[in-house]
Design a protein around this ligand. Structure first.
Ligand SMILES: Cc1cc2nc3c(=O)[nH]c(=O)nc-3n(C[C@H](O)[C@H](O)[C@H](O)COP(=O)(O)O)c2cc1C
Length: 208
């Protein structure tokens, strides 16, 4: 059963920090949720997001010392989803656009234009520029994953409090290539959810 009530999914989403430890999420469903999340848009469709699903006791033991005050989420969640951005995502451009042409979604000349115009820009981009691009793109997928999780009956907590300089290496990723973006704790809530306030739109918006 999927929850397809957009209002409930989006407006009743709240950060959950303690989960029912008995709830496991199958790999099949986890991949289904990730596939739904990566319908998110990304710059030049380069899809820099990468996911490491921390679900085993061993992997959670590896993560525990790296997540500061977020230990409860680690210990009770069904999984901690580590989201990284691939600083060399442009290396997949040929595959991504080749498939689009093959499937008739894009004419060859449009692909050629993209490969000739945008990809060299990425190849020449500074570390800071790439870091910004992959974090913006991956954050959109992270938000979508939080909503998709609710569609599947789960709750999440976005986590930014972790040892950024150690996360990739701890999970055998090249730290030069994969920058940590966010961790999502996911599972079934076992928590009294607190409501949170928002500054009203009128105060934070301007019309020109
Ligand atoms: C990028 C990001 C990082 C966050 N990091 C943490 C964190 O490290 N630990 C935590 O408990 N909550 C963390 N949060 C959750 C926020 O505190 C929470 O989203 C905010 O208070 C609004 O509450 P709500 O999600 O229930 O609407 C993070 C949220 C975001 C978007």
């Amino acid at each position: 059963m999927r929850n397809n009530n957009f209002e409930d999914i989006a407006f009743n989403r709240k950060s959950v920090k303690v989960f029912d430890e008995n709830v496991k999420i199958s790999r099949e469903e986890m991949l289904e949720m990730i596939n739904e999340a990566i319908k998110a848009p990304s710059s030049v469709n380069l899809q820099p997001w990468r996911f490491v699903v921390v679900e085993s006791k061993e992997a959670k033991d590896t993560l525990r010392p790296l997540i500061r005050f977020n230990v409860r989420q680690n210990d009770t969640s069904s999984a901690m989803i580590l989201i990284f951005g691939d600083m060399k995502c442009y290396e997949n451009a040929e595959t991504i656009y080749g498939e689009a042409v093959e499937k008739g979604m894009m004419p060859q000349n449009v692909k050629d234009d993209i490969m000739n115009m945008f990809i060299p820009f990425y190849e020449r981009a500074s570390k800071k520029e790439m870091n910004d691009i992959v974090k913006i793109d991956s954050s959109l997928a992270a938000m979508q994953l939080m909503l998709v999780a609710r569609r599947h009956g789960y709750d999440t907590n976005a986590i930014g409090g972790f040892e950024e300089d150690q996360l990739a290496q701890a999970f055998n990723l090249d730290p030069e290539r994969y920058v940590p973006v966010m961790i999502l704790a996911i599972g079934k809530s076992n928590y009294e959810i607190h409501d949170t306030t928002r500054i009203d739109a009128a105060e934070i918006s301007s019309f020109k």
